[in-house]
Design a protein around this ligand. Sequence first.
Ligand SMILES: [Zn+2]
Length: 200
Amino acid sequence: MLSAQPADGAVKVNVADGFDFPVGKPDAAGYYKARGLRLRSPRHFGEDWNGRGGGDSDLGDPVYSCADGVVSFAHDVRQGWGNVVLIRHAYRDPTSGQVKFIDSLYGHLDKMMVKTGQGVKRGQQVGTIGTNRGMYPAHLHFEMRHNITIGMARSGVPADLKNWADPTQFITKYRRLKREWRGVAVPTGTYNEYAGFKGL
Ligand SMILES: [Zn+2]
């Protein structure tokens, strides 16, 4: 499915045949959304998914890629984030017929199971639910971004629905897409430097 990722450029991925929830695959069975997207202050740029068992009962539970794509970032950025995986997806908007890109972000992971540049399939495990070194009760922080230049450099990016998607709305809308047999090139190396990021 994938060739090796150049430092900058493009990598071929499958066009997503749909999007699923990142926990309790494919429908988030056994989980609830403790916090949703909120683009006004106090801001929350994604969704927090918790196990119905409460507390840290979901610690170590699997986290899945919401669709086919390529890992665009997989590092421990510490601070409030801990282990973060970003995955870039291509999908065809059925309304416009255009191929679009979107990044999904999986934060506070206990373990990361993928590396930057690696191709992933819909429903493939990419990590486990964590606490960011005990900073939070175990949960998954999950974002989806239309703007594929954000990466970990969120400051200065307007908090609006041009840049971020409401994950549940997006997944519900694009649950089932037509399978396409030809891959498309997605851009890589689009992230700006991040002050707190000492990876790579
Ligand atoms: Zn969160």
